[in-house]
Structures are given as C-alpha cells and as structure tokens.
Design a binder for this molecule. Structure first.
Ligand code: AMP
Length: 178
C-alpha cells in the first residue's frame, strides 16, 4: 500500500457538513481505480486468514469496500443502514456522532451464531457509530467480531480508538492527524 499516493488522492472538504469539520471525502478514492484496488488489496491482506464469513458495511461509504472485500474473502455482505431503509424486521441501535445524532439497523437473521464478522466503515472519528454497530452485531451472538476503517482521524477531543479498544480488535489503513 502506497500511503503517500493515497493521501494525495484523498480530498479534504473544510467546514462540511458544518463549520469546523474537516471532511475526508473518500469518494475521490472510490473514483480512482488504483486507490480502490490498493485499499481492497490491503484489507484482504489483513483479513484473509481470519475466517471471516460476513462483512458488515456501514451506510453508505462502508458499502463500497465492504462489498468488494466480502466477495474477495468468499464471505457474505450485510448492510448496516439508517432507519427506515431496510424493508424487513430489524434490530436497531442509536448513537451520537461528531456532527449530530443517528440510528442504525440490521435485518434480523442477517448474522448467525457461527459467523465471524468484519465490520467495515470509511472513517473513525468519535467511534460512536462503530460502537453502536459492534453492539448491534454482537446482539446476534457471532463467534468473533473484527473492526476495520480506511481512516482513523486523530485530533483534539476525538477518542475513537479508546471507545472501541475494549469491544473488538480494531484496525485502520491510514491514520490522519487533524
Ligand atoms: P463517528 O461515529 O464519530 O466515529 O463518525 C464516523 C462516521 O461519520 C463515519 O461513517 C464517517 O463516514 C462519518 N464522519 C465523521 N467525521 C467525518 C469526517 N471528518 N470526515 C468524513 N467522514 C466523517
């Protein structure tokens, strides 16, 4: 993985979605084929021997590499979505994030007790959304849960890693100090 190539291709949008937020816009990675492949290859390298049977992607930026990686690991892909989007019966969790409150849902029956799960999202900030996702996934009683991010954002006041450290093994491809 070429970190400087990735950093050169990551767009930062200041003051989005509100003043003071430095938004790391991973859509520029998804649109650049060499970045997309580099990120997928790196996640595969880190998880190919962990017995992953389900990848859970967090809406919506977690869907992109989550589904690519699931297919390449020979695992299934499960959507963790915002409220009201999933048509079937769901399990739900609420959380506070860097800029507001939100809820997430997963379909009942999407994860089984014999699954080993990798939960994937684009970016770790406060860790609130991923903590809710881990709690939700653990409610299905899987064998093991791993957590992966493309970016871990580190800045004054963000304690994402501390929030997650005790709940699951976590890993990020790039760390960005803001
Ligand atoms: P958190 O729950 O605070 O860890 O926030 C993580 C979620 O919010 C991820 O799904 C990110 O896509 C999004 N997010 C939060 N802060 C940022 C940021 N500065 N740049 C890009 N995405 C962000």
């Amino acid at each position: 993985m070429n970190k400087s190539f990735l950093l050169e291709n990551l767009r930062n949008i200041p003051d989005f979605p509100k003043p003071g937020i430095q938004f790391k816009d991973v859509s520029t990675w998804f649109a650049e084929p060499r970045c997309l492949k580099m990120l997928a290859d790196e996640i595969i390298k880190r998880y190919e021997n962990r017995g992953i049977t389900k990848v859970v992607g967090i809406e919506s930026r977690g869907f992109v590499l989550g589904s690519i990686v699931a297919e390449r690991l020979g695992a299934g892909f499960v959507m963790c979505r915002k409220p009201g989007k999933l048509p079937g019966k769901t399990l739900k969790a609420s959380y506070a994030k860097e800029y507001g409150l939100d809820n997430i849902e997963i379909h009942f029956g999407a994860i089984k007790k014999d699954d080993t799960v990798l939960i994937h999202d684009d970016l770790l900030a406060t860790g609130g959304s991923m903590k809710a996702a881990v709690d939700l996934v653990k409610a299905f009683g899987p064998k093991k849960v791993f957590v992966n991010f493309l970016i871990e954002l580190r800045c004054e006041g963000l304690r994402g890693r501390e929030v997650l450290e005790d709940v699951a093994p976590i890993d990020a491809l790039l760390t960005i100090e803001d």
